[in-house]
Design a binder for this molecule. Structure first.
Ligand SMILES: [Cu+2]
Length: 326
């Protein structure tokens, strides 16, 4: 086959176009990598505060292993709605974050129910058949206890608890007493950090710790103001991480629902005294997960089996109230 000058010219332009396309692709790829590295190295771990998008119907659906909404903010005076599309009746229990029963709802298969909270606070709702509210004494402590929802051993989904958390606030996202206001009765025992017997971890600055020999954060729920540094400590003999979950929910419940996207970079807390600090600038509800020992699964979180079957999910809930009282 012979080549004429004309056909050589015809080959030149497609080649040049291809070259330009390759260079453009490289530039776009480089910019993307650079930006994604700057914004968040864990795009799947980004989370949301604020109100939810238009697909949100305002009803929390029971999904057997968990609930369609794991984190909900509700404004005091409005109604929390549940639906049970499953084939079995659902015994739903709603407790304060310290396990005091606030409501019990029996929702028949295909049925609905609702709850109107009467006070500000952080509440857990869970399927009482598979899940319960647990507490245990922290090993080596002077009676300190960890509190958390936990899967029942009899649950087919063990060790995954079927639960969600609702923060009942005022319209500005405030109203819940800050953790620093809690009395010693809220967190009895000696602090690993200070050795003191009262207010072990809620003096200024507020902090969260992983006590030695446990597989959870303490306390499980922290209420702080925006722009307040939150200290993180790891007294355990294993590394733990502090990452946001992938359940982006916050409900305003006045018909208008939006999402706000906040990028968040996780922290690894190294064993035997690792520490970190984090500051939340936007008010909202943050569900944090130790991604080393727990992972999102089936509308909830699941802990890894291999640590002595310890069923507590390594998660923690941070409620961030507006920086100043409105
Ligand atoms: Cu961990």
């Amino acid at each position: 086959m012979s080549t004429t000058p004309g056909s050589r010219k015809n080959q030149f332009w497609p080649l040049l176009s291809l070259l330009i396309l390759i260079i453009a692709g490289l530039v776009v790829g480089w910019v993307y990598m650079d930006l994604s590295g700057r914004v968040s190295p864990h795009p799947q771990q980004s989370f949301w505060t604020g109100k939810k998008g238009s697909e949100w119907t305002g009803i929390i659906r029971f999904e057997k292993t968990g609930f369609s909404q794991m984190n909900v903010q509700l404004i005091l005076g409005s109604t929390l709605k549940f639906s049970n599309p499953s084939q079995k009746a659902l015994d739903l229990k709603i407790v304060t974050w310290r396990g005091k029963v606030a409501s019990e709802l029996h929702i028949p298969a295909g049925g609905k129910a609702q709850w109107i909270p009467k006070t500000y606070g952080v509440y857990d709702f869970y399927d009482a058949t598979t899940t319960t509210f647990g507490s245990f004494t922290i090993p080596g402590s002077d009676g300190e206890r960890a509190y958390q929802v936990v899967a029942r051993k009899s649950s087919p989904y063990y060790p995954a608890p079927a639960y969600g958390v609702v923060a009942v606030t005022n319209a500005n996202g405030g109203g819940i007493p800050l953790s620093s206001h809690y009395g010693p009765h809220e967190v009895p025992g000696v602090s690993t950090l200070t050795g003191k017997h009262f207010r072990p971890f809620m003096n200024q600055p507020p902090w969260i710790e992983v006590p030695g020999g446990t597989m959870t954060f303490k306390p499980w729920v922290v209420v702080i103001r925006a722009d307040t540094p939150l200290q993180l400590y790891n007294y355990d003999g294993m590394d733990h991480s502090f990452f946001p979950g992938v359940y982006p929910v916050m409900l305003d419940d006045h018909g208008r629902i939006n999402f706000y996207h906040v990028s968040f970079q996780g922290i690894v807390l190294h064993k035997n005294g690792g520490r970190g600090q984090i500051m939340f600038h936007r008010p909202g509800m943050y569900h944090i997960l130790c991604t080393i020992h727990s992972y999102p699964w089936g509308f909830t979180y699941k802990s890894h089996h291999f640590f002595g079957g310890f069923p507590y999910i390594m998660d923690v809930i941070v409620i961030v109230e507006p920086a100043k009282r409105a």
